[in-house]
Design a protein around this ligand. Structure first.
Ligand SMILES: Nc1ncnc2c1ncn2[C@@H]1O[C@H](COP(=O)(O)OP(=O)(O)O)[C@@H](O)[C@H]1O
Ligand SMILES: [Mg+2]
Length: 249
């Protein structure tokens, strides 16, 4: 069964959707199959970022409500069944409870190794349901006190009752020069302030803004996602300074 990983942040714009897609691709390069589930009702993003979904008919809510089979709500990349995508319903839709949503994920995720739940911003609404159905979480935060605190609040509010959950911090838009100039938190500070263990740091990369146009991330960014993918797969990858500063983590 696919391991369900919640990609969350508390704060909007931290890079959850970008991370979900790039981390999925990094896991695919390692041979894994990943089902992306866009959970932001009314604000679908992952169809644009993956290039899938132009012919989408059903959302995961249609599957939960029995209007289609779960497999019919999964879009896949032509020629490869390694990336799947489920789209969200419109904003006004009544969302399923944890049992109904979980049943859809079980049925749809059978052919996948990982199921990434790309969460909406905030701590309320569908987010508590997403926490309940997840096995683990990656809290995405930019290296500033506000965003790191939001990740920390999310983790303590929503995961205190789920000690079996693994939650890890992923710093996004990390910029070594800004850190050196004391304009952003260091990874150590982010870990101390959030109380969450680090899984990696993704550099600031303007190319990521072009993801929906098919622009590939910079090599250092792809390497950073590869290291996170390896850690997510259970590999020990050292956090050590390298020659290329952007490649530190
Ligand atoms: N590492 C990064 N470097 C530069 N821009 C980034 C990076 N990560 C995300 N972005 C940009 O930040 C914006 C918000 O990202 P997005 O993934 O939509 O956030 P969220 O899903 O958390 O709301 C997008 O314009 C995206 O291209
Ligand atoms: Mg998003």
């Amino acid at each position: 069964m696919a391991k369900r990983i919640l990609i969350c942040s508390g704060k909007g714009g931290a890079g959850k959707s970008t991370v979900a897609v790039c981390l999925a691709r990094a896991l695919m390069e390692r041979g894994s199959r990943v089902l992306l589930v866009d959970c932001d009702a009314g604000l679908r993003t992952l169809d644009l970022l993956t290039g899938l979904g132009t012919e989408a008919v059903y959302s995961w809510l249609d599957a939960a409500a029995g209007r289609c089979a779960p497999a019919d709500a999964v879009l896949t990349e032509s020629g490869s069944k390694r990336l799947g995508l489920m789209l969200p319903p419109p904003a006004e839709a009544a969302l399923p409870d944890a049992d109904a949503f979980s049943a859809v994920l079980d049925a749809a995720g059978g052919d996948f190794d990982y199921c990434f739940l790309d969460a909406p911003a905030g701590l309320t609404g569908f987010v508590p349901t997403l926490c309940r159905v997840s096995d683990a979480a990656v809290a995405v935060a930019t290296p500033d006190a506000v965003c790191v605190r939001a990740a920390s609040t999310l983790s303590s509010l929503l995961f205190e009752n789920f000690p079996e959950h693994e939650i890890r911090l992923l710093l996004n838009r990390f910029d070594y020069a800004r850190m050196r100039a004391h304009e952003s938190l260091t990874p150590d500070e982010a870990v101390t302030q959030s109380g969450i263990r680090l899984i990696g740091a993704i550099p600031e990369d303007p190319r990521l803004t072009g993801l929906s146009e098919g622009v590939l991330p910079a090599a250092a960014t792809r390497a950073a996602f590869q290291r996170v993918a390896a850690r997510l797969s259970g590999e020990e990858v050292e956090f050590k300074a390298r020659k290329v500063r952007a490649n530190m983590f």
